[in-house]
Design a protein around this ligand. Sequence first.
Ligand code: KG4
Ligand code: ZN
Length: 343
Amino acid sequence: MMSENIIILGIETSCDDTSAAVLSGRKVLTNIVSSQKIHAQWGGVVPELASRAHHLSILPVVETALKEAGVSKKQLTAIAYTRGPGLMGSLLVGSSFARAMGSALNIPTIPVHHMEAHILAHFIEDEIQTPPEFPFLCLTVSGGHTQLVLVSDFTAMEVLGQTTDDAAGEAFDKIAKLLGLPYPGGPMIDRLAKSGNPSAFQFARPVVAGYDYSFSGLKTSVLYTLEKYIAKDPDFIQKNLNDIAASVQQAIIDTLLKKLLQALKDTNIKRLAVAGGVSANSALRKSLIELADKMKIKLYLPNPAYCTDNGAMIAITGYYYFTKKISRTDGHMSPVARWMVGK
Ligand code: KG4
Ligand code: ZN
């Protein structure tokens, strides 16, 4: 089968975005993302509300993805869906929908690992990004995970280090909440930091062993600093919001880059990629460009459209699993809340 004749529908419902994408070969025809607004008022994702919202939007999102792609259900080769890791109630909606649709159409359904899909989003054929050559190191930074992954092939992935507590995106979101900013806080801090001084405040940069990360101490350090200043001036946050945002962002970037630099030196791998929601962060991207320049390594920055959760990354992973006859599950199709990368 010619690659462009392979048409994959990708469905993502692991957290708070309902997304469906249609790919022809490695090219994205449509990538529809419906981000749930309901969580903003709670300052974080409420699992039960997330699964209810997925129920409401899954059908219209899938129908829109197919319609705008000009693809009929009968033209689909296979349906890829996020099997895990993620919120069980959310995963159940997408996986049940995908498996029922696949069964009705009599086409294969392909269970995909969400974090591996974030990495494989680099392989979408797109003018903005170039697929990395194997092996490469990937810094995967999202709302639920922070991992340093050695990627040797489409499924041969080894986690060299990961967070021991909060994920980098979670740190952005929790600290944004302390600052009174709405969820998700990452993009907001990114924007505010643009006109702030990253050296204005020295927040803690907790140290843990090996290539692992820790972010919960940073959150506590921001909390204590804010309490100290607010006692003297109740409007402290408002008056210093840009500087606080820039300093928080700098602390997160410094923490991420320290271990990354060590891993690049130790492994001597000359190719580096970044993936996941936090890889959309403009200052992180700038720092990575500088690091890659200094270390003379090749850097792969994903198209921002494929950084945060999306169906296209699930569909491209499905494309490789389908064409290379890869199964990641030993026939177990049911969703799993926890699932190690490369296992
Ligand atoms: O990959 P993703 O969409 O979902 C998970 O798999 O978790 O990542 C969402 C995370 C959120 O924590 C959000 O605040 C963060 O990515 N994020 C950002 C930016 N855009 C999204 N963090 C910092 N700067 C950004 N520009
Ligand atoms: Zn994700």
